[in-house]
Design a binder for this molecule. Structure first.
Ligand SMILES: [Cu+2]
Length: 140
């Protein structure tokens, strides 16, 4: 009797070595590579590391070259925005709509004008002489 010892069951056990299934997803935390945001020069106001006392901050918007820069700023309630007029032609800051009624500067050739925002919301404004010049202040 031939001993049929050839019970070779080649189980092709290709154990899928769990390779390369780890998606390295935990890298870039704060590095948006798309340089799409133009309005973030100093949109963030002061450091929030003032324990206890609520300190108001100041943000400056440059009015030059026929535009407000940055055109959009974000501040907190109680913060002050100062518009700094430096252009060769006069400009002003005039709020758009009821909410922004209080924003109404004289016409400046040179100088600064400030406004303190006391209620949250989004405030849009323009230059009364050049209505294409637009800006907004978001108060959080
Ligand atoms: Cu203007």
């Amino acid at each position: 009797m031939p001993m049929l010892s050839r019970a070779r069951s080649f189980q092709v056990g290709v154990g899928l070595g769990l390779a390369a299934s780890i998606l390295l997803s935990g890298c870039g935390s704060d590095k948006p590579k798309s340089a799409a945001t133009i309005t973030t020069s100093h949109a963030a106001t002061s450091s929030t590391a003032a324990p206890g006392e609520k300190k108001s901050a100041a943000v400056t918007v440059d009015v030059d070259n026929m535009k407000f820069a940055p055109a959009e700023v974000t501040i907190k309630v109680g913060d002050t925005v100062t518009w700094k007029f430096s252009d060769s032609v006069p400009h002003s800051v005039q709020g758009i709509g009821d909410r922004a009624m209080g924003i109404n500067s004289p016409i400046f050739n040179k100088g600064e004008w400030s406004y303190t925002f006391t209620a949250p919301g989004n405030y849009r404004y323009l230059c009364s002489l050049h209505p294409q010049m637009r800006g907004s202040v978001t108060v959080e």
